[in-house]
Design a protein around this ligand. Structure first.
Ligand SMILES: C[S@@+](CC[C@H](N)C(=O)[O-])C[C@H]1O[C@@H](n2cnc3c(N)ncnc32)[C@H](O)[C@@H]1O
Ligand code: SF4
Length: 460
Protein backbone atom coordinates (compact mmCIF):
# COMPACT_ATOMS: atom_id res chain seq x y z
CA UNK A 1 0.00 0.00 0.00
CA UNK A 2 1.32 3.44 -0.84
CA UNK A 3 1.16 6.30 1.57
CA UNK A 4 -1.93 8.32 0.69
CA UNK A 5 -0.06 11.60 0.22
CA UNK A 6 3.29 10.55 -1.13
CA UNK A 7 4.23 11.39 -4.71
CA UNK A 8 6.58 9.34 -6.86
CA UNK A 9 9.33 11.66 -5.71
CA UNK A 10 8.47 11.17 -2.07
CA UNK A 11 7.32 14.73 -1.50
CA UNK A 12 4.41 15.40 0.66
CA UNK A 13 1.59 16.78 -1.47
CA UNK A 14 1.06 19.69 0.86
CA UNK A 15 4.71 20.69 0.50
CA UNK A 16 4.38 20.57 -3.27
CA UNK A 17 1.33 22.76 -3.22
CA UNK A 18 2.96 25.20 -0.79
CA UNK A 19 6.11 25.36 -2.92
CA UNK A 20 4.24 26.14 -6.14
CA UNK A 21 1.48 28.20 -4.67
CA UNK A 22 2.21 31.24 -6.79
CA UNK A 23 -1.41 32.37 -6.46
CA UNK A 24 -1.87 31.93 -10.17
CA UNK A 25 -5.12 32.83 -11.97
CA UNK A 26 -7.77 30.20 -12.66
CA UNK A 27 -7.28 30.77 -16.40
CA UNK A 28 -10.92 30.83 -17.35
CA UNK A 29 -9.59 33.18 -20.03
CA UNK A 30 -6.27 34.31 -21.45
CA UNK A 31 -5.50 37.16 -21.17
CA UNK A 32 -7.20 37.05 -17.78
CA UNK A 33 -9.71 39.63 -16.54
CA UNK A 34 -6.80 41.49 -14.89
CA UNK A 35 -5.72 42.60 -18.34
CA UNK A 36 -9.13 44.01 -19.28
CA UNK A 37 -9.10 47.80 -19.73
CA UNK A 38 -11.63 50.49 -20.65
CA UNK A 39 -9.81 50.91 -23.98
CA UNK A 40 -12.15 48.22 -25.22
CA UNK A 41 -15.47 50.04 -25.06
CA UNK A 42 -18.94 50.05 -26.55
CA UNK A 43 -17.67 51.27 -29.94
CA UNK A 44 -15.06 48.50 -30.09
CA UNK A 45 -17.74 45.96 -29.21
CA UNK A 46 -20.15 47.25 -31.84
CA UNK A 47 -17.38 46.92 -34.43
CA UNK A 48 -16.62 43.36 -33.33
CA UNK A 49 -20.31 42.43 -33.41
CA UNK A 50 -20.75 43.81 -36.94
CA UNK A 51 -17.89 41.61 -38.15
CA UNK A 52 -19.41 38.35 -36.88
CA UNK A 53 -20.16 35.88 -39.68
CA UNK A 54 -23.95 35.98 -39.85
CA UNK A 55 -24.34 32.22 -40.27
CA UNK A 56 -22.02 31.11 -37.44
CA UNK A 57 -24.01 29.99 -34.40
CA UNK A 58 -23.28 31.81 -31.16
CA UNK A 59 -23.64 31.05 -27.45
CA UNK A 60 -25.33 33.33 -24.94
CA UNK A 61 -24.69 33.80 -21.23
CA UNK A 62 -27.23 35.67 -19.09
CA UNK A 63 -26.19 36.67 -15.57
CA UNK A 64 -28.88 36.77 -12.89
CA UNK A 65 -27.26 38.40 -9.82
CA UNK A 66 -29.86 37.57 -7.16
CA UNK A 67 -30.14 35.03 -4.36
CA UNK A 68 -32.54 34.42 -1.51
CA UNK A 69 -29.63 34.70 0.98
CA UNK A 70 -25.95 35.50 0.80
CA UNK A 71 -23.66 32.56 1.52
CA UNK A 72 -20.66 34.04 3.30
CA UNK A 73 -18.11 32.18 1.19
CA UNK A 74 -19.65 33.36 -2.07
CA UNK A 75 -17.29 34.70 -4.70
CA UNK A 76 -19.97 35.29 -7.33
CA UNK A 77 -21.41 38.65 -8.38
CA UNK A 78 -24.77 38.49 -6.62
CA UNK A 79 -26.85 39.98 -3.82
CA UNK A 80 -29.56 38.76 -1.51
CA UNK A 81 -33.07 40.09 -2.07
CA UNK A 82 -36.20 39.33 -0.10
CA UNK A 83 -38.68 40.81 -2.60
CA UNK A 84 -39.24 39.98 -6.23
CA UNK A 85 -39.48 43.58 -7.44
CA UNK A 86 -35.75 44.16 -8.17
CA UNK A 87 -35.58 40.85 -10.04
CA UNK A 88 -38.56 41.78 -12.23
CA UNK A 89 -37.03 45.19 -12.99
CA UNK A 90 -33.73 43.54 -13.86
CA UNK A 91 -35.50 41.20 -16.30
CA UNK A 92 -37.12 44.19 -18.02
CA UNK A 93 -33.65 45.66 -18.58
CA UNK A 94 -32.22 42.32 -19.64
CA UNK A 95 -34.90 42.23 -22.36
CA UNK A 96 -33.88 45.75 -23.41
CA UNK A 97 -30.22 44.73 -23.50
CA UNK A 98 -31.14 41.79 -25.75
CA UNK A 99 -32.97 44.13 -28.13
CA UNK A 100 -29.91 46.42 -28.24
CA UNK A 101 -27.70 43.45 -28.99
CA UNK A 102 -30.03 42.20 -31.73
CA UNK A 103 -29.86 45.62 -33.42
CA UNK A 104 -26.04 45.61 -33.24
CA UNK A 105 -25.69 42.16 -34.84
CA UNK A 106 -25.45 41.58 -38.59
CA UNK A 107 -28.46 39.27 -38.62
CA UNK A 108 -30.81 37.28 -36.41
CA UNK A 109 -28.14 34.89 -35.16
CA UNK A 110 -28.62 31.23 -34.39
CA UNK A 111 -27.95 30.27 -30.74
CA UNK A 112 -26.54 26.83 -29.97
CA UNK A 113 -26.03 27.24 -26.23
CA UNK A 114 -27.82 29.39 -23.70
CA UNK A 115 -26.56 29.53 -20.14
CA UNK A 116 -28.27 31.24 -17.20
CA UNK A 117 -25.77 31.79 -14.41
CA UNK A 118 -25.69 33.64 -11.17
CA UNK A 119 -26.44 34.16 -8.46
CA UNK A 120 -29.41 31.86 -8.52
CA UNK A 121 -31.45 32.12 -11.73
CA UNK A 122 -34.31 30.34 -9.98
CA UNK A 123 -35.01 33.74 -8.40
CA UNK A 124 -36.76 34.47 -11.72
CA UNK A 125 -40.54 34.22 -11.45
CA UNK A 126 -42.55 32.13 -13.92
CA UNK A 127 -43.59 35.38 -15.57
CA UNK A 128 -39.95 36.51 -15.84
CA UNK A 129 -39.13 33.25 -17.63
CA UNK A 130 -41.90 33.88 -20.17
CA UNK A 131 -40.79 37.47 -20.77
CA UNK A 132 -37.15 36.46 -21.18
CA UNK A 133 -37.85 33.68 -23.65
CA UNK A 134 -40.27 35.82 -25.65
CA UNK A 135 -37.48 38.38 -26.11
CA UNK A 136 -34.83 35.70 -26.71
CA UNK A 137 -36.91 34.11 -29.43
CA UNK A 138 -37.59 37.49 -31.02
CA UNK A 139 -33.92 38.50 -31.01
CA UNK A 140 -32.28 35.16 -31.84
CA UNK A 141 -33.03 31.84 -33.51
CA UNK A 142 -32.68 29.20 -30.79
CA UNK A 143 -31.34 26.06 -32.52
CA UNK A 144 -33.64 23.01 -32.14
CA UNK A 145 -30.85 21.16 -30.30
CA UNK A 146 -29.81 24.24 -28.31
CA UNK A 147 -28.17 23.46 -24.99
CA UNK A 148 -30.16 25.33 -22.34
CA UNK A 149 -28.38 25.30 -18.99
CA UNK A 150 -29.15 26.89 -15.65
CA UNK A 151 -27.46 27.28 -12.26
CA UNK A 152 -29.84 26.58 -9.41
CA UNK A 153 -30.11 26.92 -5.66
CA UNK A 154 -32.14 23.87 -4.66
CA UNK A 155 -33.53 25.56 -1.54
CA UNK A 156 -35.71 27.96 -3.52
CA UNK A 157 -36.68 25.69 -6.38
CA UNK A 158 -40.18 24.45 -7.23
CA UNK A 159 -41.51 21.77 -9.55
CA UNK A 160 -43.48 24.41 -11.49
CA UNK A 161 -40.30 26.41 -12.08
CA UNK A 162 -38.51 23.37 -13.50
CA UNK A 163 -41.47 22.50 -15.73
CA UNK A 164 -41.70 26.05 -17.00
CA UNK A 165 -38.00 26.15 -17.95
CA UNK A 166 -38.25 22.70 -19.48
CA UNK A 167 -40.98 23.95 -21.80
CA UNK A 168 -38.35 26.38 -23.09
CA UNK A 169 -35.81 23.64 -23.69
CA UNK A 170 -33.95 23.34 -20.37
CA UNK A 171 -31.70 20.28 -20.71
CA UNK A 172 -28.82 20.93 -18.29
CA UNK A 173 -28.80 22.06 -14.67
CA UNK A 174 -26.16 22.72 -12.06
CA UNK A 175 -26.97 22.84 -8.35
CA UNK A 176 -24.82 24.05 -5.48
CA UNK A 177 -24.38 21.50 -2.70
CA UNK A 178 -21.02 22.55 -1.16
CA UNK A 179 -21.09 20.50 2.06
CA UNK A 180 -23.96 18.85 3.91
CA UNK A 181 -22.59 19.05 7.46
CA UNK A 182 -24.73 21.33 9.66
CA UNK A 183 -21.67 22.87 11.39
CA UNK A 184 -20.15 23.84 8.03
CA UNK A 185 -23.48 25.10 6.73
CA UNK A 186 -24.05 27.18 9.86
CA UNK A 187 -20.56 28.70 9.63
CA UNK A 188 -21.19 29.96 6.07
CA UNK A 189 -24.87 30.90 6.25
CA UNK A 190 -25.92 28.19 3.80
CA UNK A 191 -28.44 25.94 5.46
CA UNK A 192 -29.62 23.30 3.03
CA UNK A 193 -30.89 19.80 3.70
CA UNK A 194 -30.03 16.81 1.54
CA UNK A 195 -33.76 16.20 1.05
CA UNK A 196 -34.15 19.60 -0.63
CA UNK A 197 -31.40 18.77 -3.10
CA UNK A 198 -32.84 15.31 -3.72
CA UNK A 199 -36.28 16.81 -4.39
CA UNK A 200 -34.80 19.33 -6.84
CA UNK A 201 -32.90 16.58 -8.67
CA UNK A 202 -36.10 14.50 -8.74
CA UNK A 203 -38.09 17.34 -10.37
CA UNK A 204 -35.36 17.90 -12.94
CA UNK A 205 -35.19 14.20 -13.83
CA UNK A 206 -38.97 13.85 -13.92
CA UNK A 207 -39.14 16.80 -16.34
CA UNK A 208 -36.55 15.13 -18.60
CA UNK A 209 -33.43 17.21 -17.83
CA UNK A 210 -30.77 14.79 -18.93
CA UNK A 211 -27.63 16.30 -17.44
CA UNK A 212 -27.22 17.33 -13.82
CA UNK A 213 -24.10 18.79 -12.24
CA UNK A 214 -23.62 19.18 -8.50
CA UNK A 215 -21.07 21.64 -7.04
CA UNK A 216 -19.09 20.52 -4.01
CA UNK A 217 -16.55 22.56 -2.10
CA UNK A 218 -13.59 21.85 0.14
CA UNK A 219 -11.74 24.11 2.53
CA UNK A 220 -14.84 25.64 4.14
CA UNK A 221 -14.83 26.48 7.87
CA UNK A 222 -15.26 23.36 10.05
CA UNK A 223 -14.94 21.19 6.96
CA UNK A 224 -13.18 17.89 7.60
CA UNK A 225 -12.21 14.91 5.48
CA UNK A 226 -14.93 12.93 7.25
CA UNK A 227 -17.74 15.38 6.48
CA UNK A 228 -16.42 15.76 2.92
CA UNK A 229 -16.59 11.99 2.47
CA UNK A 230 -20.10 11.89 3.93
CA UNK A 231 -21.21 14.63 1.51
CA UNK A 232 -19.76 12.76 -1.46
CA UNK A 233 -21.46 9.54 -0.33
CA UNK A 234 -24.81 11.30 -0.08
CA UNK A 235 -24.66 13.02 -3.45
CA UNK A 236 -23.57 9.85 -5.22
CA UNK A 237 -27.03 8.50 -4.42
CA UNK A 238 -28.40 11.19 -6.76
CA UNK A 239 -26.26 9.90 -9.65
CA UNK A 240 -25.21 13.29 -11.07
CA UNK A 241 -23.70 13.21 -14.55
CA UNK A 242 -21.10 15.75 -13.47
CA UNK A 243 -19.57 17.02 -10.26
CA UNK A 244 -17.50 20.15 -9.74
CA UNK A 245 -15.20 20.21 -6.72
CA UNK A 246 -14.12 23.76 -5.92
CA UNK A 247 -11.54 24.78 -3.34
CA UNK A 248 -12.91 27.63 -1.24
CA UNK A 249 -11.23 30.82 -2.51
CA UNK A 250 -10.91 33.10 0.51
CA UNK A 251 -10.47 36.59 -0.93
CA UNK A 252 -11.94 38.97 1.70
CA UNK A 253 -10.08 41.92 0.15
CA UNK A 254 -12.33 41.41 -2.91
CA UNK A 255 -15.42 39.99 -1.23
CA UNK A 256 -15.82 41.81 2.11
CA UNK A 257 -18.73 39.59 3.25
CA UNK A 258 -16.19 36.74 3.50
CA UNK A 259 -14.97 38.55 6.65
CA UNK A 260 -18.04 37.06 8.34
CA UNK A 261 -16.23 33.73 8.12
CA UNK A 262 -14.21 32.77 11.18
CA UNK A 263 -10.72 32.37 9.71
CA UNK A 264 -9.74 30.33 12.76
CA UNK A 265 -12.18 27.62 11.63
CA UNK A 266 -10.72 27.36 8.11
CA UNK A 267 -8.83 24.12 7.51
CA UNK A 268 -5.06 24.30 7.03
CA UNK A 269 -3.65 23.74 3.52
CA UNK A 270 -2.74 20.11 4.22
CA UNK A 271 -6.27 19.44 5.48
CA UNK A 272 -7.82 21.15 2.44
CA UNK A 273 -5.73 18.94 0.22
CA UNK A 274 -6.76 15.81 2.08
CA UNK A 275 -10.43 16.77 1.65
CA UNK A 276 -9.96 17.37 -2.09
CA UNK A 277 -8.09 14.12 -2.61
CA UNK A 278 -10.53 12.09 -0.50
CA UNK A 279 -13.42 13.37 -2.63
CA UNK A 280 -11.50 12.80 -5.88
CA UNK A 281 -10.52 9.24 -4.93
CA UNK A 282 -14.08 8.32 -4.05
CA UNK A 283 -15.45 9.79 -7.29
CA UNK A 284 -12.80 8.00 -9.34
CA UNK A 285 -13.69 4.73 -7.60
CA UNK A 286 -17.30 5.34 -8.62
CA UNK A 287 -16.23 5.61 -12.28
CA UNK A 288 -16.17 9.37 -12.68
CA UNK A 289 -13.51 10.68 -15.05
CA UNK A 290 -11.37 13.41 -13.50
CA UNK A 291 -11.35 16.47 -15.71
CA UNK A 292 -8.76 19.23 -15.46
CA UNK A 293 -8.56 21.23 -12.31
CA UNK A 294 -11.85 20.61 -10.61
CA UNK A 295 -14.41 18.60 -12.62
CA UNK A 296 -15.60 15.01 -12.71
CA UNK A 297 -17.91 13.44 -15.28
CA UNK A 298 -19.47 10.04 -15.83
CA UNK A 299 -17.69 8.17 -18.62
CA UNK A 300 -20.75 8.43 -20.91
CA UNK A 301 -21.16 12.18 -20.33
CA UNK A 302 -20.40 14.69 -23.12
CA UNK A 303 -17.69 16.32 -21.03
CA UNK A 304 -15.79 13.04 -20.59
CA UNK A 305 -16.21 12.36 -24.31
CA UNK A 306 -14.95 15.86 -25.17
CA UNK A 307 -11.88 15.27 -22.97
CA UNK A 308 -11.22 11.99 -24.76
CA UNK A 309 -11.56 13.71 -28.16
CA UNK A 310 -9.31 16.65 -27.20
CA UNK A 311 -12.31 18.95 -27.70
CA UNK A 312 -12.82 20.17 -24.13
CA UNK A 313 -12.87 23.98 -23.77
CA UNK A 314 -12.50 26.38 -20.90
CA UNK A 315 -14.50 29.57 -20.56
CA UNK A 316 -15.84 31.86 -17.86
CA UNK A 317 -18.23 29.17 -16.64
CA UNK A 318 -15.30 26.76 -16.20
CA UNK A 319 -14.95 23.63 -18.33
CA UNK A 320 -17.36 23.33 -21.23
CA UNK A 321 -18.10 21.25 -24.31
CA UNK A 322 -19.32 24.36 -26.11
CA UNK A 323 -16.95 25.02 -28.99
CA UNK A 324 -18.66 28.22 -30.26
CA UNK A 325 -16.21 30.94 -31.29
CA UNK A 326 -18.56 33.60 -29.99
CA UNK A 327 -20.16 33.82 -26.56
CA UNK A 328 -22.15 36.97 -25.88
CA UNK A 329 -22.81 38.05 -22.31
CA UNK A 330 -25.97 39.68 -21.01
CA UNK A 331 -26.56 41.24 -17.60
CA UNK A 332 -24.40 42.98 -15.01
CA UNK A 333 -20.75 41.79 -15.01
CA UNK A 334 -21.30 39.26 -17.83
CA UNK A 335 -18.24 38.49 -19.93
CA UNK A 336 -18.32 37.80 -23.65
CA UNK A 337 -15.79 36.27 -25.98
CA UNK A 338 -15.61 37.23 -29.63
CA UNK A 339 -13.14 36.23 -32.32
CA UNK A 340 -11.37 39.57 -31.73
CA UNK A 341 -11.23 39.63 -27.93
CA UNK A 342 -13.06 39.67 -24.58
CA UNK A 343 -15.59 42.21 -23.34
CA UNK A 344 -17.13 42.65 -19.92
CA UNK A 345 -20.35 44.40 -18.99
CA UNK A 346 -20.44 46.95 -16.17
CA UNK A 347 -20.28 44.87 -12.98
CA UNK A 348 -22.39 47.11 -10.72
CA UNK A 349 -26.07 46.65 -11.33
CA UNK A 350 -26.77 50.39 -11.14
CA UNK A 351 -24.18 51.31 -13.78
CA UNK A 352 -25.32 48.49 -16.02
CA UNK A 353 -28.93 49.61 -15.64
CA UNK A 354 -28.17 53.26 -16.50
CA UNK A 355 -26.23 52.22 -19.62
CA UNK A 356 -29.02 49.97 -20.90
CA UNK A 357 -31.72 52.56 -20.12
CA UNK A 358 -29.87 55.10 -22.23
CA UNK A 359 -29.62 52.71 -25.16
CA UNK A 360 -25.95 51.77 -24.75
CA UNK A 361 -24.46 48.31 -24.87
CA UNK A 362 -23.19 48.28 -21.28
CA UNK A 363 -19.53 47.45 -21.92
CA UNK A 364 -17.08 48.53 -19.21
CA UNK A 365 -13.84 46.97 -20.38
CA UNK A 366 -12.19 44.21 -22.31
CA UNK A 367 -9.10 43.18 -24.18
CA UNK A 368 -8.34 42.73 -27.89
CA UNK A 369 -6.33 39.61 -28.72
CA UNK A 370 -2.81 40.07 -30.00
CA UNK A 371 -1.28 37.27 -32.06
CA UNK A 372 0.83 36.41 -29.00
CA UNK A 373 -2.29 36.23 -26.78
CA UNK A 374 -3.87 33.70 -29.15
CA UNK A 375 -0.68 31.64 -29.19
CA UNK A 376 -0.21 31.56 -25.41
CA UNK A 377 -3.95 31.32 -24.84
CA UNK A 378 -4.11 28.07 -26.81
CA UNK A 379 -1.24 26.53 -24.82
CA UNK A 380 -2.84 27.54 -21.52
CA UNK A 381 -6.30 26.30 -22.52
CA UNK A 382 -4.93 22.90 -23.62
CA UNK A 383 -2.97 22.55 -20.38
CA UNK A 384 -5.98 23.49 -18.25
CA UNK A 385 -8.20 21.03 -20.18
CA UNK A 386 -5.94 18.12 -21.20
CA UNK A 387 -3.04 18.58 -18.74
CA UNK A 388 -0.89 18.23 -21.86
CA UNK A 389 -0.07 20.20 -24.96
CA UNK A 390 1.80 19.49 -28.18
CA UNK A 391 4.05 22.55 -28.32
CA UNK A 392 5.21 21.78 -31.86
CA UNK A 393 1.66 21.68 -33.19
CA UNK A 394 0.68 24.94 -31.47
CA UNK A 395 3.85 26.67 -32.71
CA UNK A 396 3.11 25.45 -36.26
CA UNK A 397 -0.50 26.69 -36.11
CA UNK A 398 0.64 30.11 -34.96
CA UNK A 399 3.74 30.23 -37.18
CA UNK A 400 6.02 30.73 -34.21
CA UNK A 401 9.43 29.14 -33.63
CA UNK A 402 9.72 26.82 -30.66
CA UNK A 403 12.47 29.11 -29.40
CA UNK A 404 9.74 31.61 -28.43
CA UNK A 405 8.77 29.20 -25.66
CA UNK A 406 12.25 28.60 -24.30
CA UNK A 407 11.82 31.09 -21.41
CA UNK A 408 8.60 29.39 -20.37
CA UNK A 409 10.16 25.95 -20.55
CA UNK A 410 13.12 27.18 -18.47
CA UNK A 411 10.66 28.42 -15.83
CA UNK A 412 9.24 24.89 -15.69
CA UNK A 413 12.55 23.32 -14.61
CA UNK A 414 11.49 22.95 -10.94
CA UNK A 415 8.26 21.22 -12.03
CA UNK A 416 10.29 18.76 -14.12
CA UNK A 417 12.68 18.23 -11.20
CA UNK A 418 9.84 17.47 -8.78
CA UNK A 419 8.15 15.02 -11.16
CA UNK A 420 5.13 17.25 -11.73
CA UNK A 421 5.60 17.74 -15.48
CA UNK A 422 7.67 16.26 -18.26
CA UNK A 423 8.63 16.98 -21.84
CA UNK A 424 8.29 13.98 -24.15
CA UNK A 425 9.80 15.30 -27.32
CA UNK A 426 7.80 18.49 -27.83
CA UNK A 427 4.80 17.31 -25.85
CA UNK A 428 4.48 18.93 -22.44
CA UNK A 429 2.61 16.77 -19.94
CA UNK A 430 1.52 17.45 -16.43
CA UNK A 431 1.96 14.27 -14.43
CA UNK A 432 1.23 12.88 -10.98
CA UNK A 433 0.56 15.57 -8.41
CA UNK A 434 1.18 18.21 -11.10
CA UNK A 435 -2.60 18.42 -11.63
CA UNK A 436 -2.81 20.18 -8.28
CA UNK A 437 -0.54 22.98 -9.49
CA UNK A 438 -1.66 23.19 -13.13
CA UNK A 439 -2.47 26.89 -12.69
CA UNK A 440 1.15 27.56 -11.78
CA UNK A 441 2.38 25.54 -14.79
CA UNK A 442 0.14 27.67 -17.03
CA UNK A 443 1.52 30.83 -15.41
CA UNK A 444 4.92 29.98 -16.93
CA UNK A 445 3.37 30.70 -20.36
CA UNK A 446 1.49 33.82 -19.23
CA UNK A 447 3.42 36.87 -20.40
CA UNK A 448 1.45 39.17 -18.05
CA UNK A 449 1.86 37.16 -14.85
CA UNK A 450 3.78 38.81 -12.04
CA UNK A 451 3.72 36.48 -9.03
CA UNK A 452 4.45 39.08 -6.39
CA UNK A 453 2.13 41.76 -7.72
CA UNK A 454 -1.07 39.77 -8.10
CA UNK A 455 -3.41 38.57 -5.43
CA UNK A 456 -5.37 35.53 -6.47
CA UNK A 457 -6.73 32.89 -4.18
CA UNK A 458 -4.39 30.07 -3.27
CA UNK A 459 -3.85 27.60 -6.11
CA UNK A 460 -5.43 24.85 -4.03
C1 LIG B 1 -23.72 30.48 -8.86
S1 LIG B 1 -23.29 29.35 -7.57
C2 LIG B 1 -24.27 27.90 -7.94
C3 LIG B 1 -25.79 28.03 -7.93
C4 LIG B 1 -26.46 28.52 -6.68
N1 LIG B 1 -26.31 29.93 -6.54
C5 LIG B 1 -26.00 27.79 -5.46
O1 LIG B 1 -25.14 28.31 -4.76
O2 LIG B 1 -26.54 26.71 -5.20
C6 LIG B 1 -21.72 28.89 -8.14
C7 LIG B 1 -20.86 27.94 -7.36
O3 LIG B 1 -19.61 28.55 -7.14
C8 LIG B 1 -18.96 27.98 -6.04
N2 LIG B 1 -18.39 29.06 -5.24
C9 LIG B 1 -18.99 30.18 -4.82
N3 LIG B 1 -18.14 30.93 -4.11
C10 LIG B 1 -16.95 30.29 -4.11
C11 LIG B 1 -15.68 30.57 -3.56
N4 LIG B 1 -15.44 31.68 -2.85
N5 LIG B 1 -14.69 29.68 -3.75
C12 LIG B 1 -14.91 28.55 -4.49
N6 LIG B 1 -16.09 28.24 -5.02
C13 LIG B 1 -17.10 29.09 -4.84
C14 LIG B 1 -20.01 27.19 -5.28
O4 LIG B 1 -19.71 25.79 -5.37
C15 LIG B 1 -21.30 27.51 -5.99
O5 LIG B 1 -22.15 26.41 -6.05
S1 SF4 C 1 -23.22 30.37 -3.46
FE1 SF4 C 1 -24.98 30.51 -4.82
S2 SF4 C 1 -26.75 30.80 -3.40
FE2 SF4 C 1 -24.93 31.26 -2.25
S3 SF4 C 1 -24.74 33.50 -2.44
FE3 SF4 C 1 -23.41 32.54 -4.02
S4 SF4 C 1 -24.62 32.49 -5.83
FE4 SF4 C 1 -26.03 32.84 -4.10
Amino acid sequence: MTEPHATAHGHDLADIVAKYDGRAPRYTSYPTALQFTPKVDEDTYRGWLRELPADDPISLYAHIPFCSRLCWYCGCNTRAVNRHEPVGEYVTLLCQEMALLRDALPDRMSVRALHFGGGSPNMLSLEDIERLFAELEAAFALAPDCEVAVELDATGLSREWVRSMRRHGLNRASLGVQNLDPSVQGAVNRIQRFEEIAAAVGWLREAGVSSINLDLMYGLPHQTTANTRATVEAILRLQPERIALFGYAHVPWMKPHQRLIDEGALPWPAARLEQAEAAAERLAAEGYVRIGLDHFARGDDDMAKALEAGALRRNFQGYTTDGAETLLGLGASAIGRLPRGFVQNVAQELGWRVAVQTGQLPIARGVAFSADDRFRGEIIERLMCDLAVDLDAVCARHERPLADLSDAVTRLAPFFGDGLARLEGRRLEIIGAGRLVVRSVCAAFDSYFEPAAERHSKAL
